[in-house]
Design a protein around this ligand. Structure first.
Ligand code: TRP
Length: 339
């Protein structure tokens, strides 16, 4: 029996932090053993908001790809590639845009949210079409499942609607992709708010162990615990939230010692820095190896794109055929005389 196929994508917003790791990458690393897996740095999606800053997008692509591999995605097991290296995504996006009603897109919550957050006065055609491009990313691989966080469910629902509409009009060629949600812990940032690059409160996968120790030392703690022997409230403490993720098996003890006023914040942070550094040591080691051989990431991305293209181009042959697109001589992109 063939393994199911999964695809997921991440925008190249810059170096990735522990929130990105816990929210997505950790899960991807697990799934690469169970599925035929495709992981894509979605640079065209980034252009929906960063179109004036293409140089930054370009630099970020590399950083994100390095983070993918450092986090444990294994290029032998899965295809790691850049969206714009596989032009079939764009072709399918265009064709799907023909069958996607504009009101479906206007209803997607992220469309309004992005405009409000970034104070965009008149949204671009590309921003409105963001979820259609995402549908193309997924359907061009005929993915069965898409590992995403909850925030992506509206996009995935739209992908499924577009998929059903396509299959209804042209014949069943796409499997309906399911969301592969996993419950993941929400890691707060160093200051207790959501971990985010823009709040400057993140721990990055690329941070050195010294930086991590320093950042942990500066973390916010329970504001009611002023002295070492004051009883603390672990449920409100960001340091404890980290312990719950990284110090499994010890959290009960940590919580009760904290509540009893037997564990001071300095010691508690020292323990956290140690466990975090131990957890990230393999990530840091893989990053060192990648940095010692700068062309390796280029080879990984080139090879990933080639494997992705093989699947995407055969899907497009089928799509053009069922839709009746192109002169007959070009039905196969003019390349494969087999169909
Ligand atoms: N919209 C996703 C996000 O912001 C990124 C994305 C683009 C994606 N294409 C995808 C995720 C395809 C899963 C599958 O996180």
């Amino acid at each position: 029996m063939s393994k199911g196929r999964i695809l997921s994508g991440m925008k190249p917003t810059g170096v990735l932090h522990l929130g990105n790791y816990e929210g997505a990458l950790r899960n991807w690393v697990r799934l690469q053993d169970e599925y035929e897996a495709y992981f894509c740095v979605v640079d065209w999606h980034a252009l929906t908001t960063l179109f004036e800053d293409t140089q930054q997008v370009r630099e970020n692509i590399r950083q994100v790809a390095i983070d993918f591999v450092a986090a444990g995605l294994d290029p032998e097991k899965c295809a790691i590639f850049v969206q714009s290296d596989v032009k079939e995504h764009a072709e399918l996006h265009l064709l799907l845009s023909m069958i996607t009603p504009v009101p479906w897109l206007e209803r997607v919550p992220t469309y309004k949210e992005t405009q409000e957050q970034l104070r965009i006065e008149s949204a671009s055609y590309g921003l409105l079409g963001y979820p259609v491009l995402q549908a193309a990313d997924i359907l061009v691989y005929k993915a069965n499942a898409v590992p995403v966080g909850r925030d992506q469910l509206p996009h995935l629902e739209l992908t499924r609607e577009i998929c059903r509409r396509f299959n209804h009009i042209y014949g069943d060629i796409f499997p309906e992709p399911e969301a592969a949600l996993t419950e993941c812990p929400v890691l707060p940032g160093l200051d207790g708010r959501k971990m985010s690059k823009s709040y400057d409160n993140a721990i990055y996968l690329s941070d050195s162990s010294e930086t991590i120790t320093k950042k942990v030392r500066g973390m916010f703690t329970d504001p009611l615990k002023l002295y070492k022997n004051d009883p603390g409230h672990p449920e409100t403490c960001p340091v404890f939230a980290f312990h719950q993720v990284y110090s499994k098996g010890e959290t009960k003890q940590i919580a009760s010692d904290c509540r009893a006023g037997m564990l001071g914040c300095v010691a508690c942070k020292g323990r956290l820095a140690e466990t975090l550094n131990a957890a990230l040591a393999p990530v840091q080691e893989r990053r060192r190896q990648l940095e010692a051989d700068p062309s390796r990431i280029d080879r990984i991305l080139a090879d990933g794109a080639e494997r992705a293209r093989a699947v995407a181009s055969s899907t497009m042959v089928e799509v053009r055929r069922v839709m009746g697109i192109g002169s007959t001589s070009m039905e196969c992109g003019g390349l494969t005389p087999l169909c």
